[in-house]
Design a protein around this ligand. Structure first.
Ligand SMILES: Nc1ncnc2c1ncn2[C@@H]1O[C@H](COP(=O)(O)OP(=O)(O)OP(=O)(O)O)[C@@H](O)[C@H]1O
Ligand SMILES: [Mg+2]
Length: 232
């Protein structure tokens, strides 16, 4: 559903991605893993149009989106939750969610009720400001907001970063439930255990290139690849 070939991008003089190939199947969870600074977040920013493509091609649901601006890519159904989560701290949880549904009105989209039923933690916090939420609640709000835009793919950059183990487990179960509903997910993670439990397919990145790809099951048994590319 999302095909990337020979993708190059970077910042100014610095080239970060040196010809990335990836193929994400509809309904699958695909994890992109690698050490710090190898280009994972750069890859996501390039996919969603926040960084221009220098070379290569991105095809999403048979449409060439390589040169599209980020708002047009979002309209094709790519929802992105950045590392920083980017919720509106000065707005309440209710206002954050209302904004999402207003920005992307769509027939099949989740309503606020659907979103609160899925994330009951948020229901108790509806009138709280975004900045009053815990890290886990912020992550749930960010994911909830993304879901309300009726995405065809959900792109998550390190959703577990900085969260306590019990909260990581909650996020894990939510993503597993989304997977069971058929949601396509592209996940960047530092937590190998989390990624292996959730993903069907894995790509390992090093210095802006994909150096290994295969199923989670294969990686779980490939301790050489784990130690070489992830340092575990
Ligand atoms: N805005 C920027 N301007 C210039 N260089 C950048 C910028 N953002 C990232 N870089 C550089 O690009 C390279 C890749 O960074 P990127 O954030 O994509 O890595 P990452 O794999 O997501 O790492 P991490 O695991 O730490 O999140 C790094 O060398 C980084 O210093
Ligand atoms: Mg990153």
């Amino acid at each position: 559903m999302l095909k990337v070939s020979s993708l190059e991008s970077g910042y100014g003089e610095t080239q970060v991605l040196h010809g990335v190939d990836m193929d994400i199947r509809k309904g699958s969870v695909h994890a992109l893993l690698g050490r710090n600074g190898v280009g994972k977040s750069t890859m996501l920013k390039t996919l969603i149009g926040q960084l221009p493509v220098r070379r290569g091609r991105i095809t999403f649901q048979e449409t060439d989106i390589t040169a599209l601006p980020s708002y047009a890519i979002a309209r094709h159904g790519m929802a992105y939750v950045p590392e920083t989560r980017d919720i509106f701290g000065a707005l309440t949880v209710r206002e954050n969610l209302q904004l999402a549904s207003r920005l992307a009105p769509s027939e099949g989209a989740w309503s606020m009720q659907d979103t609160l039923a899925f994330f009951p933690n948020l229901e108790k916090r509806l009138n709280n400001g975004g900045h009053q939420l815990s890290g886990g609640e912020q992550q749930m709000l960010a994911i909830g907001r993304a879901l309300m835009t009726d995405p065809n793919i959900l792109i998550l950059d390190e959703p577990t970063e900085g969260l306590a183990p019990i909260i990581i487990q909650q996020i894990f179960e939510k993503l597993l439930a989304l997977k069971a509903r058929g949601m396509t997910i592209l996940l960047v993670e530092q937590n190998l255990h989390f990624a292996l439990g959730l993903a069907d397919d894995i790509s390992l990145m090093s210095r802006g290139e994909i150096v290994w790809h295969g199923t989670s099951e294969t990686l779980a048994h490939d301790t050489a690849a784990q130690s070489r590319w992830l340092g575990v």
